[in-house]
Design a protein. Structure first.
Length: 366
């Protein structure tokens, strides 16, 4: 893979105004969110109205507007680019990690203005970031072209699926000695061992700049977090008392406030490599869907990589409907002067310095 390019973008010809998001942009940004059609079918399957989604997205953005940039052309907002520092991931990856929180463009935006919007945003974090990742709906060509234009590279694709709560339609024969239990921290070390062996298909693993050990530790951390977090849950499969698989899932309480209770996502499934291809992945997922039906779930989402054929096969067996697809992008920033990597991440993690201004102050104080 080539080294990160020295400049964020080579040349930007547009002079369209790009500025920090302001409260007074509410109507224009809401309009952008409303016109964004690439997830409409997913919203339809989940029973979420466009108004509810727009309200949720704007309120979340207005609460933490740092590193959000607005593009204005012909007196109208035609682009929003928002970046957010990923503290938890940075700590685990040992890399100052940011994500593209939003990149929303109006259909008539000019490509050179998109380059300008993206380059202003990336320049603003260039002293604070080693790595940025983002997702684009695979049908959102202006966004894909824009990200590629400022040096983002594709590291794979994902599908976003929607599942219905409820158990298997026909009784599944269950092998002797096999049981499914809803667990929290019990047997977590056994679960973590399987998590480490399971997550070889993900966008971090597909980027050769991340050491395999870091990625394995990251997925172990994700599963431990889901199991212990108040909005997370875990179903464990045991055979003769030994853990042979797990499935974590989460409740999306934040979005529920705008829609209605009962929104969940399936997070991570892992089956012991020795126990695969015997229907365990399917049984585990049915158990989770059954459990969620009892908890009053209305809508359940799932995301997995397009190249994860075994996960796709498992999702097909439990009736998942594909609602949209994403491309996943990575962008590495060129090394800057000053402290980098793990030491800097530790420093960020030890203080309460996550807002835009405190990050900038910390950087300048070096
Ligand atoms: C995905 C996973 C949980 C499935 O567990 P499992 O117990 O093997 O699942 P099942 O036996 O119920 O089903 C596996 C299906 O994948 C299919 N499959 C396996 N490898 C495949 C491949 N390379 N191409 C296409 N299908 C494949 C099997 O044929 C089977 O489908 P079938 O019953 O219709 O024949 C397991 O492979 C795993 O732990 N993978 C690593 C972790 C992971 O990728 N998790 C998903 C991301 S969150």
């Amino acid at each position: 893979m080539p080294a990160p390019s020295a400049a964020v973008v080579r040349s930007v010809t547009s002079t369209a105004p790009v500025y920090d998001l302001r409260e007074s942009d509410a109507d224009g940004v809401r309009e952008l969110f409303r016109a964004y059609g690439h997830r409409d079918y997913q919203l339809h399957l989940l029973g979420i109205t466009k108004d509810a989604m727009v309200g949720f997205l704007w309120d979340a953005l207005a609460e933490a507007p740092e590193y959000s940039f607005v593009l204005k052309e012909r007196g109208r907002i035609t682009g929003l680019f928002s970046l957010s520092y990923q503290r938890w991931l940075s700590k685990r990856l040992g890399t100052r990690t940011w994500s593209v929180r939003h990149l929303v463009l109006s259909p008539d935006v000019s490509p050179s203005s998109v380059q300008r919007l993206l380059s202003v945003g990336l320049d603003s974090i260039s002293c604070l970031a080693d790595f940025v990742y983002g997702r684009a709906a695979s049908s959102d060509i202006p966004v894909i072209v824009g990200l590629q234009g400022v040096g983002f590279e594709t590291v794979g694709g994902e599908i976003c699926g929607v599942l219905a709560p409820g158990g298997a339609p026909t009784e599944q024969p269950q092998p002797d000695g096999l049981r499914f239990v809803k667990a929290r921290t019990e047997k977590l070390d056994e679960v973590a061992r399987i998590a480490r062996q399971s997550h070889d298909i993900n966008h971090f693993a597909y980027d050769p700049r991340f050491p395999a050990e870091r990625v394995a530790a990251l997925y172990e951390g994700v599963v431990r977090f889901d199991a212990a977090d108040q909005n997370g849950s875990m179903m464990v499969a045991e055979k003769d008392g030994a853990v042979v698989g797990f499935h974590t899932y989460r409740r999306n309480r934040r979005l529920e406030c705008y829609v209605a209770p009962g929104l969940y996502s399936l997070n991570y499934i892992g089956v012991d490599p020795e126990a695969r291809l015997r229907g365990l992945g399917e049984m585990l997922t049915w158990k989770v869907l059954e459990e969620l039906a009892q908890s009053g779930a209305r809508g359940i989402t799932v995301r997995t990589m397009l190249s994860n054929y075994r996960a796709l096969a498992t999702l097909r067996k439990v009736g998942a409907r594909i609602a949209s697809a994403n491309l996943v992008f990575h962008r590495w920033l060129p090394p800057a002067d000053g402290p980098r990597g793990a030491r800097w991440v530790d420093e960020l993690d030890s203080g309460s310095c996550y807002s835009a201004s405190s990050l900038r102050t910390l950087w300048r104080s070096r």
